[in-house]
Write a protein that binds this ligand. Structure first.
Ligand code: FES
Length: 146
């Protein structure tokens, strides 16, 4: 079996799917590998992520990882959500096939983008480096980061 039971479960019954009208932060990211896109909405109160929703035009693995990611950050302090890695999400799903690991990046990036949007909208100061994975063409082209 290529996919774990947990992946199948989250793919078939994704948690927290939908839109959020009164989101405090919205992150929209695209996957450079496949062109799929993901939108993540967060609601924040007193530094805690009280609600999360996501929408994706991604594949089954993207749906499963986003679903798991929303479960992992809901009710958590915002700083903890920022620490969420795609590897941790994949592990929580009992693994993803290697060719599908790039799909899990979409969820991680969407969470980070939503947090950044929340910080921006609420005038909260942050270190921009926090949101740099160091792998974009911009940084490489300019030799700013390895
Ligand atoms: Fe695009 Fe999985 S193939 S997110």
């Amino acid at each position: 079996m290529l996919y774990s039971e947990k992946v199948m479960d989250h793919f078939q019954n994704p948690r927290n799917v939908g839109k959020m009208e009164d989101a405090d932060g919205i992150g929209e990211v695209g996957n450079a590998v496949c062109g799929d896109i993901m939108k993540m909405y967060i609601k924040v109160k007193d530094g805690i992520i009280t609600d999360v929703k996501f929408n994706t035009f991604g594949c089954g693995s993207a749906i499963a990882t986003s679903s798991m990611a929303t479960e992992m950050i809901k009710g958590k302090p915002i700083e903890e959500a920022l620490q969420l890695s795609n590897k941790a999400v994949a592990e929580a799903l009992d693994g993803l096939p290697p060719v599908k690991m790039h799909c899990s990046v979409l969820a991680e990036e969407a969470v980070r983008a939503a947090v950044k949007d929340y910080y921006d909208k609420h005038g909260i100061a942050y270190d921009p480096a926090q949101f740099c994975a160091g792998d974009c063409a911009h940084c490489h082209d300019h030799g700013e980061k390895e």
